[in-house]
Design a protein around this ligand. Structure first.
Ligand SMILES: NC(=O)c1ccc[n+]([C@@H]2O[C@H](COP(=O)([O-])OP(=O)(O)OC[C@H]3O[C@@H](n4cnc5c(N)ncnc54)[C@H](OP(=O)(O)O)[C@@H]3O)[C@@H](O)[C@H]2O)c1
Length: 347
């Protein structure tokens, strides 16, 4: 398996009392450090059915930006003054939960803290004998399944398809491009926000072409990269990328709307694509999806991803930030595009 890691600044903090990150105010526009607070946690004694877990890795994800606002959405907003939550992997330190033993690594939903007291529901033991625990937050976890569900079930990828994916160097996008090739795409094109990311997706991940969306109009760059048009667009960013993809869609093309990170920090609604009528002439289909609705694909994906990783068809990179005191930096960095591959915080 190939997993490369880029390191970001390391903390030297080794405080004994476990800490957690709380949301203390709702961001308006781009979040800032003032929206968060790092405080010591109160760890209650275990009730029957609970375990205490020391987290070794936690995830920061774009969807968390949505949960920082109180607008009605598919996921509840984070409560002000309380620890945020999210994907994490930890080691069981004490257990009163059946099926979970001291020393087990567990994947669970109580990130943004060093130590968590959790119930068995929503926690699962993971095998870290061959892989780094943090891979369960990326290619072996939610982002990987998102890529697979979006490509196979929503975009219904077929052999020979020309596939375009935005956010191509990120956690989801990097998997989309690589497994699209593994599933028979004839050409895979990616867009990303720097020359180095463009180089990475072509040279390291095997994309056929890529462009930096900051270099010029997405529509023009996409037409150059896919002169014959595209069959599938996997949308991670929304905005002008979506409009460009509709403009390049071939007959019976499919667009899987996964995310819209280009508008997550907007304070005003973003304009919609101006060319939706093109879906009529192309008989095109556009469909949004949430990975949570496709948990039934987990087993199928787990089987396939193991094979793709073993064969080298799929490689995964992480950008690692060290320490709970840099978790907010990691989250803000993710929104700014400082990650290549999955952004994780090692604790
Ligand atoms: N539907 C679902 O169930 C589901 C599940 C997981 C993720 N998602 C969505 O999938 C997308 C990717 O998530 P991820 O976890 O893989 O994150 P990611 O791609 O690893 O990280 C986010 C990336 O977004 C890019 N970005 C930031 N601002 C941008 C802008 N204005 N325009 C274009 N790109 C911008 C940055 O890369 P650049 O340097 O390239 O700009 C950044 O690295 C997000 O929209 C997320 O919300 C949806």
């Amino acid at each position: 398996m190939s997993a490369q890691t880029a390191q970001l600044p390391q903390t030297t903090d080794s405080a004994a009392a476990p800490r957690e990150v709380r949301l203390v105010s709702r961001p308006v526009g781009f979040p800032t450090h003032e929206n968060f607070e790092l405080v010591e946690s109160t760890i209650p004694p275990l009730a029957e059915g609970q375990m205490r877990v020391r987290n070794v890795a936690m995830s920061v994800d774009p969807y968390m930006r949505g949960r920082m606002s109180d607008a009605k959405s598919y996921a509840d907003p984070f409560a002000l003054g309380e620890a945020m939550d999210g994907g994490a992997v930890g080691v069981v330190e004490e257990s009163r939960a059946e099926g979970f033993a001291v020393g087990d690594h567990v994947l669970h939903g109580f990130g943004w803290r060093e130590v968590a007291v959790i119930g068995a529901k929503g926690a699962r033991v993971v095998d870290v004998s061959q892989v780094s625990p943090s891979l369960y937050l990326g290619v072996l976890g939610m982002p990987g399944l998102t890529a697979y569900a979006g490509l196979t079930r929503i975009a219904t990828i077929k052999e020979g398809d020309v596939v375009f994916v935005s956010g191509a160097a990120g956690a989801v996008g990097s998997v989309v491009g690589q497994i699209a090739k593994a599933l028979g795409a004839s050409r895979v094109i990616g867009s990303a926000g720097s020359a180095e990311k463009v180089r990475h997706v072509v040279d390291d991940l095997g994309f056929d072409a890529a462009f930096n969306y900051k270099d010029g109009a997405v529509s023009t760059q996409l037409r150059e990269a896919a002169p014959e048009g595209i069959d599938v667009y996997f949308d991670n960013v929304g905005g002008d990328h979506l409009e460009a993809a509709i403009g390049s869609l071939r007959l019976r093309g499919r667009i899987a709307v996964c995310g819209a990170i280009s508008v997550y920090n907007n304070t005003e609604p973003a304009p919609g694509p101006r060319n939706l009528a093109r879906l009529i002439q192309t008989r095109g289909r556009i469909e949004g999806f949430l990975v949570g609705d496709h948990a039934d694909l987990s087993k199928e994906y787990a089987g396939k991803v193991a094979g793709w990783l073993a064969s080298g068809e799929l490689t995964s990179r992480e950008t690692v930030v060290h320490g709970i005191d840099h978790a907010v930096d990691a989250f803000l960095g993710l929104l700014r595009g400082e990650n290549t591959g999955k952004m994780v915080v090692r604790l």
